[in-house]
Design a protein around this ligand. Structure first.
Ligand code: HEC
Length: 197
């Protein structure tokens, strides 16, 4: 702060006067101007690097590339899952006590609201009779559980459960069939026991 009356030796008083307040015409500090010029130069490089054909990838491009890689892996993984599941592998899971215990736990927590804890049917069909709405085989049951039935309350559980869980719960459903419990009336075609795998 100067005394307010005399011009400072390093600055000239500007012409304007607002409510008696006058300003010195001091230059900007050198470091400030230098930094300002650096930001302008930097923005030119930035614009070229990311937006005008430079090698830099924008956030959107990085996301698109990552997403594509993820999609590719997902499709490959799903194909691998499907090719490793067969009529025989589900039949063998249906004879494996550990698998069935896992399947029963999942059935009780996830499926019982619609199919009843004993599978005798409520919103969803009775799974204990000898009838089937979709197909006839163990793989058909697996496919229905995994992919759901479009436009019904039966959603694709493959999107929510792990591949091994879908197999376990499907195997458990396989063991319920042909031991009819009183419950929802049979739906679909009578298919009887599963064929030997
Ligand atoms: C929100 C209700 C609901 C839940 C939860 C549900 N389902 Fe279903 N499910 C249905 C309905 C409704 C159908 C009949 C779809 C149709 O009309 O074809 C069905 C059909 C099925 C079928 C086909 C039966 C056949 O005769 O072909 C199987 C198998 C099945 N569910 C198993 C399961 C399993 C396993 C789970 C748990 C992972 C499950 N469901 C969870 C409602 C449900």
């Amino acid at each position: 702060m100067s005394d307010g009356s005399k011009p400072r030796p390093d600055g000239q008083i500007l012409d304007h006067c607002y409510d008696g307040i006058q300003e010195y015409d001091n230059p900007l500090p050198g470091w400030w101007s230098a930094f300002f010029i650096i930001t302008i130069v930097f923005s030119g490089f930035y614009l070229f690097w990311y937006h005008l054909g430079g090698p830099g990838k924008s956030v959107t491009e990085v996301y698109a590339a990552d997403y594509q890689a993820y999609e590719k892996q997902r499709v490959e993984r799903e194909a691998a899952d499907l090719s490793s599941v067969s009529e025989a592998s589900i039949a063998s899971a249906a004879g494996n006590a550990d698998m069935l215990a896992t399947g029963k736990t999942i059935f009780t927590s996830t499926c019982a609201t619609c199919h009843q804890p004993d599978g005798s049917g409520l919103i969803g069909p009775n799974l204990t009779d000898g009838n089937q709405l979709h197909g006839t085989t163990r793989m058909d049951i697996y496919a229905t559980v995994r992919n759901g039935v479009p436009n019904t309350a039966m959603v694709p559980w493959g999107a929510q459960l792990k591949p091994a869980e879908v197999i376990a719960v499907s195997a458990y459903v396989v063991t319920l069939r042909n031991k009819p419990l009183p419950g929802k009336a049979a739906e679909g075609a009578p298919v009887g026991p599963f064929a030997a795998p």
